[in-house]
Design a protein around this ligand. Structure first.
Ligand code: KIV
Ligand code: ZN
Length: 513
């Protein structure tokens, strides 16, 4: 293969690995599967499904994705040691196409302060790990972490050695988002000019966004010959995030004459996939976010609107429908049938089985009774909510709160448990939400520390649903829950209970194993 002359850029999605490392973005296994299915529909080439050695939960989710998803290669991350590599292989081996991705840091600052290893030791470690991984799998990716701050001659030495050991993709990470585009371009150029065997492998870029340059750096790498870009939906990831998939893909497509390459992405799935990731993680995109933000195709100024009416190209460089934004708002109402509902759900990018669809349809009907206008965002909220309210073990049967100026807020709660228990609690709090949280804690016996509380209007109008996202600490671990309702106290209680249910399920499964 001469990957550098290839005019296809492989899209390697790491939403489920690097993206999930973003504070507050951890996902349950079902949420990961939902994201993986949408990445499959988007037609990404590689899904980095997680870091199997990180925890049994990570292993299980990578394995489930490997066993379920067809089309993209499923990749598992591993440090340069045998246990990690074996773990990664066991997690991905059932996929139709599997990849092991091994990494070790190479920059001086990491060598000295993190690894306390000399250059030669790291080189040996990298070679041995790629050789070991190659015993299991043909498709091996190697990353010299913090490559952009590594001495160029040493970087070239490591890259040449891992190619000789069998790496098929070599990824150059700008781990701390420090590089600028011309410098990042030069790193790729240097490697292409100085590494024997580089033409046999695929060069890849992995950029972080600390200086807001992740997309620009990735595009510079493509111009220098990189033929894989590592990115995440909505650019989520460690600190300021990773290169945003939708931005890099649309830049390559829209400016085809500048890049002369293509991706296999079905760009009409970009918007639905972005919405799914935003809903699952609770990390909503800013209105002005390129490609998928609410305002990305909105034209407010009269002069712009006038130009648009004459010819769209005056102010629009991409068509909203090309990114899947051909939405008909205000679509369904309480008289809509199951068939119309299913069609809309599919247009919004969700794949639901019959059981899930029926549950969502029932919820939709209940909401439509309370709410006049049903927007797409309401339907998305119903789909995201349906697991929240139904997975248990605890369910809210009744919740009443009383609050007002000069009165102490109270919550009266009835909770049921799948084992048949029914618990009633009445508690006070600083406000109705605090009272409801306290009632849930006393009933379930699980105490959380609330770290963050956010409310967001799902749509417009005074009957709009409010979506609540809570971030809490439990046993030194951070959890996030979210739920939507036309009543924000109810949404808050559902979001809080969602976290408690997750903790309780984990506890129950430990006790039965
Ligand atoms: O940012 C980074 O260096 C990484 C590597 C593991 C590829 O995420
Ligand atoms: Zn990274």
């Amino acid at each position: 293969m001469n990957a550098a002359n290839d005019d296809k850029v492989v899209i390697f999605d790491t939403t489920l690995r690097d993206g999930e490392q973003a504070p507050g973005c951890s996902m349950t296994i079902n949420e990961k599967l939902r994201v993986a299915k949408s990445l499959q529909d988007l037609n990404v080439d590689v899904i980095e499904a997680g870091f199997p050695a990180a925890s049994p939960g990570d292993f299980e989710s990578v394995q489930t994705i490997a066993r379920t998803i067809e089309g993209p290669t499923i990749c598992g991350l591993a440090r340069c040691n045998q246990q990690d590599i074996e773990r990664a292989w066991h997690a991905v081996k059932d996929a139709k196409k599997s990849r092991i991705h091994v990494f070790v840091a190479t920059s001086e600052i990491h060598r000295q302060h993190k690894l306390q290893m000399a250059k030669e030791e790291i080189l040996r470690n990298a070679i041995d790990s790629v050789t070991f991984a190659k015993e299991f799998c043909d498709d091996i990716e190697f990353s010299p972490e913090d490559a952009s701050r590594t001495e160029l001659d040493y970087l070239a030495e490591v890259v040449q050695a891992v190619i000789k050991a069998g790496a098929t993709t070599v990824n150059i990470p700008d781990t701390v988002g420090y590089a600028v585009p011309d410098e990042f371009f030069s790193i790729f150029k240097y490697l292409k000019d100085n590494v024997t065997g580089i033409e046999k492998i695929r060069l890849s870029a992995h950029c972080h966004d600390d200086l807001g340059l992740a997309v620009a750096n990735s595009l510079a790498a493509v111009q220098a010959g990189a033929r894989q870009v590592e990115c995440t939906i909505n650019g989520i990831g460690e600190r300021a995030g990773n290169c945003s998939l939708e931005e890099v893909v649309m830049a390559i497509k829209t400016r085809e004459e500048s890049f002369g390459v293509d991706t296999g992405i079905d760009t009409q799935r970009l918007y639905p996939t972005s919405r799914i990731v935003a809903n699952v993680t609770g990390m909503h995109t800013p209105r002005n976010k390129a490609i998928v933000g609410e305002n990305a195709f909105a034209h407010e100024a009269g002069i712009h609107q006038h130009g648009m009416l004459k010819n769209r190209a005056t102010y629009e460089i991409m068509r909203p429908e090309d990114v899947g934004l051909a939405r008909s708002n205000l679509v369904l109402g309480k008289h809509s049938g199951r068939h119309a509902f299913r069609e809309r759900v599919e247009q919004l990018g969700f794949t639901l089985d019959d059981l899930e669809l029926n549950r969502c349809f029932d919820e939709f009907k209940q909401l439509a009774d309370r709410k006049k206008d049903m927007y797409d965002a309401d339907i998305e909220a119903v789909i995201m909510n349906v697991d929240v309210g139904n997975t248990g073990p605890w369910l809210i049967k009744e919740l009443q709160t009383i609050a007002g100026t000069g009165t102490v807020a109270t919550a009266t709660l009835k909770l049921t448990h799948v084992d048949g228990r029914e618990l009633n609690e009445a508690t006070e709090g600083d406000g109705p939400v605090a009272a409801a949280f306290r009632a849930i804690e006393s009933a379930t016996g699980i105490q959380l520390t609330l770290k963050n509380f956010e409310v967001r209007g799902v749509t417009v109008g005074d009957d709009a649903q409010g979506e609540v996202t809570v971030t809490v600490d439990y046993n030194n671990q951070s959890f996030r829950g979210h739920a939507a309702s036309t009543d924000i106290v109810e949404a808050a209680a559902f979001a809080y209970l969602e976290v408690i249910n997750r903790i309780a399920r984990r506890h129950d499964s430990k006790n039965t194993n």
